[in-house]
Design a protein around this ligand. Structure first.
Ligand code: CP
Length: 322
């Protein structure tokens, strides 16, 4: 693996998932793999889980980590080729990225979409320029359209359930991704990425449910059943993944929704005692009710904890291949 931006960068998905679970079982099994190597974590947007889990993962591999909050501490970066820089931006990515590449063996970047310009966001303008100009492998810590470390985590978390003694032998999991309300427009990244990874995994019946107007980009959802009736979608579900996203078609907008799409225990009554997932952070009693989040079927803490093992498997794979 030369970079980790989407599931398409993974040559052997099953092997990567197994490696992540192997790191969970034995975090220090490759404690010297990254000795003498440095990893840079660049944040153009806030983070709790991604930042800390990736640091812990790198430490388990013996790497040195430097975290840099570009948005708060760095020069304002320019990404437009040929820009006349007589405005607010101070440094061009063409100049900054090669220097960063000289400091680090691996560069990790978090950058959110503008939600203003769909063409630029879906072209992954920012992370693509880091890839183009750094000269070292780049790992996405969430980009304009995808969140691959989260999705790898989500899959291994479901694998733990499906691989447990309680799971009926040979049963294919029924997975539902449901849209949830929010107070402001959010990126489509987590939903896009979850759909892309579940489709690539290919081991589940997969339904996406959302109100009219919240269709996702078909390049990621292709293969999933799309339902606008949340109640119908939740019937017999084994896993319910809850996430808000803003409109893809009316880019970045929040079309009006008349029904209440917040996930509650009542709505889960017809599910198959579904395990409930959310990437966090979550708006309690807006996206999900307290009772669901704090209930026995909530996987959210397990998911957050598993972020370390997904990051560790990806970093290790990149070290081994570069
Ligand atoms: N799920 C996730 O990416 O969390 P953070 O934004 O806190 O990193």
């Amino acid at each position: 693996m030369k970079q980790f931006i989407s599931v398409n960068d993974v040559a052997d998905l099953d092997a990567l998932m197994q490696e992540a679970l192997a790191y969970k079982a034995d975090p220090l099994k490759d404690a010297a793999l990254g000795t003498g190597k440095k990893i840079g974590l660049l944040f153009l947007n806030p983070s709790l889980r991604t930042r800390i889990s990736t640091q812990l993962a790198a430490k388990n591999l013996g790497m040195e980590t430097i975290v840099f909050n570009v948005d708060k501490e760095g020069w304002a970066l320019e990404f437009v080729e040929g820009a006349v820089m007589n405005g607010t931006t101070v440094e061009h990515i063409r100049d900054a990225a090669p220097v960063l590449g000289s400091y680090f063996d691996i560069l990790c970047i978090r950058t959110f979409p503008s939600l203003q310009n769909r063409e630029a966001d879906y072209a992954e303008t920012i992370i693509s320029q880091f890839i183009k100009y750094t000269g070292v492998p780049v790992i996405s810590l969430e980009s304009a359209t995808l969140h691959p470390l989260q999705s790898l985590t989500d899959i291994i978390t479901m694998m733990e359930v499906v691989g447990s003694r309680e799971w009926p032998v040979g049963k294919k999991p029924s997975i539902v991704l449901t849209w949830a309300p929010h107070i402001k427009p959010l990126p489509q990244c987590v939903a896009n990425s979850f759909a892309q990874w579940v489709n690539a995994w290919g081991e589940a019946d997969f339904v996406i449910t959302h109100p009219e107007g919240y269709e996702l980009d078909e390049q990621f959802t292709n293969g999933a059943i799309i339902l606008h009736d949340q109640s119908e979608a939740l019937k017999d579900a084994d896993f319910v993944y809850v996430k808000n996203w803003s409109s893809f078609n009316e880019y970045g907008s929040m079309p009006e929704v008349k029904e209440n799409w917040m996930l509650t225990e009542e709505k889960l009554k017809n599910s198959n005692a579904a395990k409930v997932m959310h990437c966090l952070p979550v708006r309690r009693n807006v996206e999900l009710s307290d009772e669901v989040l704090d209930g026995d079927n909530s996987l959210v803490t397990q998911q957050g904890a598993n972020r370390v093992w997904a990051a560790q498997a990806v970093i290790a794979e990149i070290i081994k291949n570069n």
